[in-house]
Design a protein around this ligand. Structure first.
Ligand SMILES: Cc1ncc(COP(=O)(O)O)c(C=O)c1O
Length: 333
């Protein structure tokens, strides 16, 4: 992704922390009668697209000479920040919800980060990190703008891979919106540079049991209303109070997009189907594709639709095994 070096706000190349990540494959995959471009962002070094943001943010952290950072995460961003901090030799403490997948917890610790498991929901974890962030640099993937300077490369890659053309629509998962907003920034920069002619319609996918953005959009509210969150297998998007919620709503509206919700049954069916096609992704990524299937019901036959696999299934083995042990009500895709 550092092929777009000129567009990334870092002063000196010597501060770049990179595993030569990015430019992930873009595959045309058939869903029913329609073909969709799927970006394989589960193939990043730490197993999720969060490496885009971590590479830029930790490079900036190195440039600033920051010795230690804290971060809160549902797991994947924590893994990414921990890995890049290991490479940059920056001390790192990661806060995660207690029920985060064991694979992600192991990964964070193997990278040498200190792990703080917080009982309760993702919101308690976000609260718990704030005290530590008063004394340490807050390498937050949700708050820190440099993270989004990394995730914007998603849009650059997609357009380059399509022959410097934007897709008509983009279906992405959304919790705190790091991919959605990053992509929106990237497409806007390409527009401003005269490289593409339009911003794709952005469709954000949320879990039905935790869908504050869907609800605000549906009720035409500019504020993110408080919701009663319930459990979902899609741990990566289980965010009840997205801190950039207003910004996400604005981006989706500007793009003429929308939000779609999917329930756990649909997510699990989508996961089974994708794995049966040879794609081993985590349940959060399967939620996106369940949403994509719903979107395709009303998309135009000639529309160029693009979506993404955001996280690798190997990180969530115990959740995958549990789903494997449950009976399947039938194929939905
Ligand atoms: C695999 C995966 N997909 C999607 C998301 C959603 O990202 P965001 O909360 O930034 O919208 C996450 C977040 O952790 C994730 O781990």
């Amino acid at each position: 992704m550092w092929r777009y070096r000129e567009a990334i706000p870092l002063f000196e190349d010597k501060n770049i922390i990179s595993f030569d990540e990015g430019f992930t494959p873009l595959l045309p995959i058939k869903f029913g009668t329609k073909t969709v471009w799927i970006k394989q962002d589960h193939l990043f070094p730490t197993g999720s697209y969060k490496d885009r943001g971590a590479s830029v943010l930790v490079s900036k952290i190195k440039e600033l000479g920051v010795p230690s950072v804290v971060e809160d995460s549902s797991g994947n961003a924590g893994c990414a920040i921990a890995a890049y901090c290991a490479s940059a030799r920056v001390q790192c403490r990661i806060f995660v919800p207690q029920d985060t997948s064991a694979g992600k917890l192991a990964q964070i610790q193997f990278y040498g980060a200190q792990l703080n498991k917080i009982p309760g929901s993702r919101e308690y974890t976000a609260q718990a990190v704030l005290g530590a962030a008063e004394k340490n640099y807050y390498a937050s993937h949700s708050w820190n703008p440099f993270f989004f300077q990394g995730t914007k490369t998603f849009a650059f890659e997609v357009c380059e891979q399509l022959g410097w053309k934007a897709p008509d629509s983009l279906v992405v998962p959304v919790g705190n919106g790091t991919l959605l907003l990053g992509a929106f920034i990237g497409f806007n920069e390409l527009m401003a540079a005269g490289l593409i002619r339009k911003i794709p319609k952005i469709i954000g996918v949320q879990a039905a049991s935790c869908a504050p953005l869907y609800r605000a959009f549906k009720e035409n509210s500019e504020e993110i209303l408080k919701i009663d969150k319930e459990d979902t297998v899609a741990e990566g998007i289980a965010v009840a109070a997205p801190i950039r919620g207003k910004q996400i709503l604005e981006a989706v509206k500007k793009s003429m997009g929308a939000f779609i919700i999917v329930d756990d049954l649909e997510i699990k069916e989508s996961l089974r189907c994708l794995c049966a096609m040879g794609f081993y992704i985590e349940p959060t990524s399967a939620a996106t594709i369940a949403g994509l299937s719903k979107y395709l019901e009303s998309s135009n036959p000639d529309e160029i639709v693009l979506s993404v696999f955001t996280g690798h299934g190997l990180k969530t083995t115990e959740k995958m095994l549990k789903i494997l042990g449950e009976s399947s009500p039938g194929i939905l895709l």
